[in-house]
Design a protein around this ligand. Structure first.
Ligand code: BEZ
Ligand code: FE
Length: 301
């Protein structure tokens, strides 16, 4: 650890720096919106603390400006490098933590990611979300209930995942829609579908965020996961994933800090030829099954 400001600079220098902080804080004093005032003043305090703490050099400041410029330049309506930056700094997960306070036994939330699309096809119970995406078939079933255990019928469940090559449909250039769908729970709050056993994959790392990860010796790889977003009237929308027990990437670490122990599920591999729950003929393929019971918090908590 480097020394902190207090021991590195004279009392006179500290006074100069502190005066500047106070002048910047005062410049926001007349902000009409109290929330905006709070945010800008807190940002000022933390940003100046950071600059003073690391004794930021002018070269480093220039580098940071250039880095953020590159983050902006690579960002378009398909590639959101600022979100990737937020994700890899843990800022996305911290925002999720602040806004999804633990509530009784409600299922924990995790990062949304950039690969959701809102017009994925609807499937019936027991339908297949793969639409041609390759991978090991996985039978996924569970219930959606409230925190008292009452079933939530007609909850909308969006699911999306990458194929066995670690790519989402939107990362291909042929306009395919695969590895995603939505379905609704039945009267008893049950749901079931065929998906793919998730595999680890790298977040897009051919831009400045990838360079940052490489410079600090971090991997861009995410632990294998299947995304869920569950919505129902009067319930807090749940954005989450399930992770695969035994995935070595869980030990190595998830590049966006999305893993929560409660979301790690067993994908139980079934020997080739094992009958499937719905009698589907998988042509002798090995398949897996998992269960994910989802508990929704009330909307206002
Ligand atoms: C994802 O899981 O899809 C994802 C999350 C954060 C950054 C990149 C991808
Ligand atoms: Fe993902």
């Amino acid at each position: 650890m480097t020394q902190s400001t207090d021991t590195q600079v004279s009392a006179q220098q500290q006074q100069v720096e502190e005066d500047l902080v106070q002048r910047v804080l005062a410049s926001f004093e007349n902000t009409p919106d109290p929330r905006l005032k709070q945010v800008m003043q807190s940002l000022t305090t933390h940003l100046h603390s950071f600059i003073r703490d690391v004794r930021l050099t002018e070269d480093e400041w220039n580098y940071a400006i250039d880095f953020l410029t590159r983050v902006g330049h690579i960002t378009d309506d398909k590639r959101q490098e600022f979100v990737l930056l937020s994700d890899t700094l843990g800022a996305s997960m911290q925002t999720i933590a602040v806004n999804n306070e633990a509530y009784e036994n409600a299922t924990e939330a995790t990062v949304f990611g950039p690969f959701f699309v809102d017009d994925a096809p609807e499937i019936e119970h027991g339908g297949d979300i793969s639409f041609g995406a390759e991978g090991q078939p996985a039978w996924v079933e569970g219930t959606v209930t409230d925190t008292e255990g009452n079933p939530v019928p007609n909850a909308r469940i969006e699911v999306w995942e990458c194929d066995e090559d670690g790519l989402y449909d939107v990362q291909y250039t042929d306009g395919r829609m695969a590895g995603r769908a939505h379905l609704f729970t039945d009267e008893q709050g049950n749901y079931k579908f065929w998906g793919l056993t998730p595999v680890p994959y790298p977040i897009p790392h051919d831009g400045p965020v990838g360079q940052m990860l490489q410079s600090v010796g971090r991997s861009p790889v995410r632990a294998a996961h299947l995304h869920f977003m569950v919505t129902a009237p009067e319930k807090r929308t749940l954005v989450t994933h399930i992770f695969v027990d035994g995935d070595p990437q869980l030990e190595i670490g998830d590049s966006v800090f999305g893993v929560k122990d409660s979301l790690i599920k067993t994908f139980e591999e079934q020997p080739a030829g094992t009958p499937t729950p719905d009698g589907r003929d998988l042509d002798g393929k090995i398949w897996a099954k998992t269960r994910f019971d989802i508990v929704l918090a009330p909307a206002e908590v």
